[in-house]
Write a protein that binds this ligand. Structure first.
Ligand code: AKB
Length: 314
């Protein structure tokens, strides 16, 4: 990775990944793109271009203008929004991915795109979900993610594009909030705890999902992209996780830091249904074995850091 184009660079992952990559590879070598520009640091601290990922010509021209050797395709709708707008989700998630893969093929660039725990479905083994297992998701987002994994593998085998990906769990960060995901509650809860000392969860108690703190997610992306290709048995996409918890467990951890905090429940049946179709916890041993994946943060250390950072921010 020497010159990197990022799509969706102003989203939850992109806004932090752009800054991190600029630190490591140099500001001028990380070309941030998104559907519109804003005044965030990611948009202002280096090259930025407006690119609609459904427009192949615009993406291709931008990649050629900067002569990139890596494409990181992050622009996508998350699970709850995709479920509400399935046709739009198919067009954006699959159309955008196809254009990004074609751009990487044309430029002989390395390629990264995230898959998700959403690629699994109700018939997948729920606990310690293996790397290679049944994948019959029941959401549009999940269908997009499985198709995306297969398409990325296809570009590797058919065209030799060096495609790599991870199945991200819910990502938690204090910088740019997520939007339209099922796991977003695990971010909102920290904001509400710091601002108001209480949170009403749309996910029911007893519902376990995998999660990861953003610094671990950024390390995972960079380490996978820098990994020796010869050591990769899998490519698209590796299970990665740092922790698995239910709403009452994250609430209990927050209470250790904010003693008056309390949680209530007002379950959103749509998002609850999505959450119940996903694993309780996934097994990341293939990522550990093939490229040394290891998460640093657990629920306790992440909670301390989130609360400290949000207290400074809010
Ligand atoms: C979502 O909830 O849609 C995402 C994901 C787990 O992929 N955070």
């Amino acid at each position: 990775m020497k010159r990197i184009l990022i799509t969706g660079a102003l989203g939850q992952i992109g806004s932090e990944l752009t800054l991190r990559l600029r630190e490591v590879y140099g500001s001028d070598n990380v070309i941030a793109t998104d559907i519109r520009k804003n005044d965030s640091e990611a948009a202002q601290s280096g090259p930025f271009e407006v690119v609609d990922v459904t427009n192949l010509q615009s993406m291709m021209e931008t990649a050629k203008k900067y002569n990139v050797d890596t494409v990181m395709h992050l622009a996508a709708l998350l699970s709850a929004t995709a479920e509400a707008k399935p046709v739009f989700a198919w067009n954006l998630n699959m159309g955008g991915l196809m254009n990004a893969l074609e751009t990487a093929r044309e430029l002989k660039a390395q390629f990264f795109t995230p898959s998700s725990i959403g690629a699994f479905g109700p018939s997948t083994p729920k606990d310690n979900t293996p790397q290679d297992t049944i994948m019959r998701p029941t959401t549009m987002y999940g269908v997009n993610k499985v198709a995306g994994e297969l398409l990325s593998d296809y570009y590797f085998h058919k065209f030799g594009v060096d495609t790599r990906g991870v199945r991200f769990p819910g990502l938690i960060s204090y910088d740019t909030p997520p939007g339209g995901g099922t796991t977003d509650y695990a971010v909102e809860i920290y904001y509400e705890a710091v601002k108001n000392g209480k949170y009403t969860s749309y996910i029911d108690k007893g519902t376990y999902m995998d999660m990861m703190y953003m610094p671990d997610a950024l390390n995972a992306i960079i380490n996978l992209m820098e990994a020796d290709s010869a050591k990769l048995i899998h490519r698209n996409a590796f299970n990665v996780t740092a922790m698995s918890f239910a709403p009452e467990e994250i609430a209990a951890e927050i209470k250790k830091n904010i003693p008056d905090f309390h949680i209530e429940y007002n379950v959103d049946l749509d998002r609850q249904k999505i959450a119940e179709s996903w694993p309780n916890s996934i097994d990341a041993s293939a990522a550990a074995a093939e490229w040394g994946f290891k998460a640093e943060y657990n629920l306790e250390t992440m909670t301390k850091d989130m609360i400290e950072k949000l207290r400074q921010k809010l």
